[in-house]
Design a protein around this ligand. Sequence first.
Ligand SMILES: C[S@@+](CC[C@H](N)C(=O)[O-])C[C@H]1O[C@@H](n2cnc3c(N)ncnc32)[C@H](O)[C@@H]1O
Length: 224
Amino acid sequence: MIKLSPRLAAAAALAGRGESIIDVGTDHGYLPVYLAQNGCFAHIAASDIRSGPLDSARRSAQEYGVGDKIAFYLSDGLKTVPETFDTVVIAGMGGETMVDIISACPWAAGAKLVLQPQSRVDRLTEYLNNAGFVCRRAVLCLDGGKPYMVVEAEAGEGGFDPARALIDGRDPLLGMCVEREIGRVQRALAGMERGETSGSERGKLRDKLSRLEMIWKETKRWQS
Ligand SMILES: C[S@@+](CC[C@H](N)C(=O)[O-])C[C@H]1O[C@@H](n2cnc3c(N)ncnc32)[C@H](O)[C@@H]1O
C-alpha cells in the first residue's frame, strides 16, 4: 500500500469518500493511487497539463496495481477533461493557478473542492469568497517542517473564511503557524518603514497583523 506524505494525507482526509473524484495536477499520481487502493471513490481520475508528469502518474498506478482503476487526462486544468466529478482536488500549486482552473470550469461551482495552495492563499480566498464558496473545513499539517493548509470549499452562504474554520476546528497547529506569520509580517512592516512603500501597502499589512493577533488570542484562549 502506498504511504502518503502528511500534506497529501491531509488532502485525502478532506476528500473522504464519495462517487467520483479528479486530482488536477497529479504529477506522481500518489493521491489517486491511495484513493484507489483504499476504495474511497467509485470513479477516480488524474490529470496534468504536461505529459511527463501524467506518464509518471500512470507508472505509479501500474506499480501499485491500480492502473485499471484510474482514468488519466492530459489537460490544462479541467478544460479538456470530458466528464464531471463530485470532488476536485488541486494540491501543490499556487493560489493564482487554482483560481484560473476553477474559474474556467463551469461545473466546479457544484463540486466539493479540496485545495492545498502553495502560495497566494490571499488571492484564492478572495476569489472563492466572491464566487460564492464557503470553507467547510480547513486543516494545517507539517510536512518536512513546513506548514501547509488544506481547505474544503463548497458553494454556500456566509463567505469563504479558512481562518474561522481553523479556529472553529481548534486546529492544534494554528497557534504555532500564526506566531510564525506574525513574525513574518512584523519583519515585512519593519522593512517597509525603512523603505519607500506606499501608505496603503503598509495599511494592508497592519490590518493583516491585527487579524493575525486576534486569531492568536483566540488560540491562546482555548489552549489555556
Ligand atoms: C508541484 S506539482 C504537485 C503534484 C501533486 N498535486 C502534489 O501536490 O504533490 C504541480 C503539478 O501541477 C501540474 N500543473 C501545473 N499547472 C497545471 C494546470 N493548469 N493544469 C493541470 N496541471 C497543472 C504540473 O505539471 C505539476 O505536475
